[in-house]
Design a protein around this ligand. Sequence first.
Ligand SMILES: Cc1cc2nc3c(=O)[nH]c(=O)nc-3n(C[C@H](O)[C@H](O)[C@H](O)COP(=O)(O)OP(=O)(O)OC[C@H]3O[C@@H](n4cnc5c(N)ncnc54)[C@H](O)[C@@H]3O)c2cc1C
Ligand code: SF4
Length: 552
Amino acid sequence: MQELVKHQPNPRGRRWLYIPYDQVTDRIGPLSRENPNNLGIVLVENPWKASRRPYHKQKLAFILANLRHFALEQVQRGVAVRYVVTRGPYRTALEAMGKDLGFLQVMEPAERELRADLQPLQKAKALGFIPHEGWLTSGDEFLAGCGETPPWRMDSFYRHMRRATGILMKSGKPEGGRLSFDKENRLPWKGAPPAPSLPSFPRDPVKEEVGRLIEQTFSHHPGRLDLDHLPATVSDAQRLWDWAKMNCLPFFGPYEDAMSTRSRGLFHTRLSALLNIHRLIPENILSEVERMKIPLPSKEGFIRQILGWREFVRHVHLASDGFRQLPGENPPVAVVPGDGGYRQWSGKPWPSSNSSKDPDGGAEPNVLNCRIGLPPAYWGAKSGLSCLDGVVANVWTEGYSHHITRLMVLSNLAALFDVRPREITDWFWVAYSDAYDWVVEPNVLAMGTYAVGQLMTTKPYISGAAYINRMSDFCRDCRFDPQKNCPITHLYWAFLFRHEKQMSNNPRMAIPMRSLGKRGKALLKKDRAVLETLQKLLGTGEEVRPEDLSEI
Ligand SMILES: Cc1cc2nc3c(=O)[nH]c(=O)nc-3n(C[C@H](O)[C@H](O)[C@H](O)COP(=O)(O)OP(=O)(O)OC[C@H]3O[C@@H](n4cnc5c(N)ncnc54)[C@H](O)[C@@H]3O)c2cc1C
Ligand code: SF4
């Protein structure tokens, strides 16, 4: 902070912008093209926001260290910086600032929660939204690709965007003859090629200062703080991107769906947290990847994530108003943020100071009417299921795990356990450094738990042990045998039976539903009993052992 004061230019006569915590870049917006000497920015550090949910310590450190570094970078460019610490909604700090600085502009925040917070200022004309230049696609392009009314499909949006942008297209035809190489990209990983080790980033006084703040003020938050793996500067972000280009992208495609105990990230790039706060700019990433000389299935697979999935989920979130506006009946909305199962695990309520004037806790769609709380196993209590325990341990170690572990272990098991979708969504929101409402809600409520039905996916992403065993080495060290006594397979059948009505008119579920029909009463009874036993044991934080299930 002393550095900030030392370099502060004369703040008079400038145009002032508010820069939210997830727009820490000068490569887009007015900061990218206007004379720094004519601009001033307001940055808000907000312990109230940090305390609203039990966020992972590493996530808090990531946001604070990037914000503080960004303040220093801008002041050194000649931009005037007002850095304020507030303990309440952002609008309270900005309202006070506005009295001094005049009208503020902000690129439209990505998070709905922040937009809702700022709305009164917008209405009072003290703050104006300008377009957010970090997105690759517009609302019109989403409508052109997907149509106005749901269901919305990523494939059709992606096909439209490939044609509209010409990316990986030659004379109107897709490179390699196909728009998607998804089918090739499903190999398990057996140890070769070797998976890269994680890059580290230099420590500096700002990171050390943030580390001390986290340990003092946020010591009750969960997760491990690791300053050596905290990218917080422009050069850290570049270092991660260089590492990803060299080590991950050439093998990205084939092992995209693989999982392993020997590598937490395999060939996934770990760019999401930096992309979501705009330390890395999607447009730059995309154009570099397009020019790279790497196998086409890897190139196309990665481009599909950035141009397709990432943009698509954001549009779905916007178009459904954060899943508040759904076909048929709108779901209830939580008055205050959920704790993601923190209380069930710790036995204590999360000490937050939410009031009814604060932004709400998000929509609670639940088409499958799932009813139980999130088992403490998601917070680190051992469950005895190697796949779950291994991935959960990784998440609390670094605030990250890759896509397939999120989808086919964490949200799959939550859906099979019958966990309330909002609760597992809130868990993802607090546990991952890359989670913000616009991205975590579509991924968990829609893709991971099927809580909004077929709004953006055709079927639930669920599996038994066979898939996990095929795509990972998790089962090797497990006390259960995926072919004999793994409870996950029983939970899978119990799920299909429980939701038979919703699944049986879904053509994509025809094959498993036919198999369910042949399963016989005794096995179905056993599936149900295994589910109840797991719900009981894991619900109280106990481990499950093969002998707990052998009598069933
Ligand atoms: C249950 C669940 C929860 C998720 N929660 C989040 C979240 O909170 N924040 C988040 O950024 N992503 C989330 N995702 C999407 C995806 O898993 C992560 O973006 C990805 O794992 C980030 O790791 P990576 O950077 O190594 O990704 P890579 O595999 O290297 O992919 C490259 C990039 O593609 C983008 N991407 C890929 N898939 C998606 C997707 N479905 N949605 C949005 N972007 C995507 C990300 O920006 C990612 O960095 C979630 C997925 C699931 C199934
Ligand atoms: S055997 Fe079952 S519980 Fe164990 S790791 Fe495999 S899928 Fe998970």
